[in-house]
Write a protein of this length. Sequence first.
Length: 349
Amino acid sequence: MNKKNVAILGATGAVGSRLIKCLEQSNIEVNEIKLLASKRSAGTTLKFNDQDVVVKEATPEEFDGIDLVLASAGGSVSKKFLPEAVKRGAVCVDNTSAFRMEEDVPLVIPEVNPDSLKDHHGIIANPNCSTIQMVLALNPIKEKYGLKQVIVSTYQAASGAGQSAINELKKDSQQYINGEKMDANIFPVKSDKPHYPLAFNLLPQIDVFEEDGYTHEEWKMIHETKKILLNDMNSKDIKVTATCVRVPVEIGHGEAVYFETDNQEPEISDLKNLISQGSGLVLEDDPKKCIYPQPINAAGKNDTFVGRLRKDEENPGNYHMWVVSDNLLKGAALNTVQIAEKLVEMKLV
Ligand code: A2P
């Protein structure tokens, strides 16, 4: 039987609502759909393919008979339920960071490393949103010219922290405009104080700080990039470093990516050709007409947009580019569903 019983864990969230849409638009034939969330949402109704589906509280038993789980309900929820789902025979694609660095868990961007799916043991991890769009743009360049070094600064949208974060950004923006005191309960880390307002502000902290002064988001970008491109999260073959900043944008992460090719010095026209031919990539790069990627234009789109490609004139073999993508789509729901499509296509589920 090709039709799959699919559960979406975290179906009521910012990514969850997009998982529903991406699944509807995918080539996965769905037999039964189960929409799971917390107790708070149990009994509410969501649509799947124009049919009303009642949301259920996630419990281990809800995964009985499920073939495929798409999860985006937070790391602790994934840790609690995905091993239970696997025990019951399901294959899980997890959008959280709970399992990404485990050795037997493939970390997959379907355009980049689909073959690593063959090694799965029931759980496949979707990379961090900021990693996906950067690696998608770098991969064709790495394949043709090699990569020595990547230095990235991110400009990450509020929606990466979930629906409540979007709500807070909108409320705080209004409060700022009204000259009122802004509430701050979510940024930079919901579960950890202090909190600062994001509206009309920039926060150079995403996720908690590590001992070495990097944030965990920065750590993720560094080690996930190596795991995806080199199959080794600690490889030194490509040097990667990151500064991650939350910006008051609703949807769409921007990234200033500085990279060094290995032993050749391609022309900008060569790099532009590679990007325009890359799967899931769109070149938007015409400085004379002030054309370059912007989050407001990328929101709601499946593609990742690349522009501002230029040489570092003082360091041959080094380049800059600007990469923008909808963090809730290619950065999360779309990549998750594309992984699921590949699993079905490769008969791995
Ligand atoms: P709920 O809406 O019932 O709280 P977001 O990333 O936008 O904040 O969404 C988080 C998603 O994870 C929501 O669907 C939320 O459901 C779900 N969720 C949060 N906690 C749990 C839990 N303990 N069990 C199952 N789902 C959860």
